[in-house]
Write a protein of this length. Sequence first.
Lengths: 229, 93
Amino acid sequence: MPKIFAVVGLGTFGSAVALELAKRGYEVFACDRDSDKIEELGSELANAVELDATDEKSLRDAGLDEVDTALVSFGDSIADSLLVTMLLKEIGVREVVVKVSDERHARLVKRIGADRVIYPERDMAVRLVENLLSPRIFEFIELSDEYNLVEIAAPKKMIGKKLAGLNLRKRFDVNVIAIKSKIPVVNKKGVPDIEEKINIAPGAEDEIREGDNLIILGKEKDITKLKKM
Amino acid sequence: MSKKNKEPETINHNQERLEKAEFYILNQRFSEAIKTLKAVMAAKDATPHAHYIYGLALEGSNQQEEAKKHFRKVLELDPDHAEAREHLDRLIG
């Protein structure tokens, strides 16, 4: 049975999540106490409901006790965010994801039972800094203090070579998780174009081509060495 | 040779270079496409299509910032150029 979602708090982030889930065909309960926001999203979301999520009865009446995963996305009120997280857990929502605004907020919601905490501003800031400092890093995810997952442009020396020959695991202690390639095409109007294709878990015989980006898992110091290749 | 006689020749050369660059792009040889088009782009009157092909080659070789400049130039010359709009939107994110 497909998962049922709820998004509580329809600011920019919450609305974007609700609309994306709906676009992908999932049932989403989208709630906010602001009637203007409900009206705005009502035409795009089947279940957009005006309610005060800090009231347990309103949550049950709206059917939120039947959802599998709820996102709590309040922009400015930590107190409301904490209360709603607690209520959603109490009425039986299996997974409650909370968007937090700072470390203190994160600590508090974890204590009252949030299953997952997300910190979009901080995560985006880290990615932006990585990208600004190294323009050839397109994506950056810190997996732990030591390990990162990064997307980098394939160094020139790799172009035309097969992964087996490059022996990156032995030489740099990194793993190539995927290769993103720019594939030339001719569009319907007969105009040249390029499309991005991703090769997940590439094999030893796969060749690095000009314009390829590599998605690499490894320690920061090893990835830095590889980039200098 | 008079200036008037020289013009069609230049146009032909540029057309040849453009076709050659398209061939390189379609064979995933983006750097060669860039090299081929440098002379065409040096002229101030490069067409929207030439800017688009050059932008495509730059994007293909991961020179996003330069590519954006040329897609912007295409839209300045031809605001309805759908392909340039799509690429620029994608690069801006």
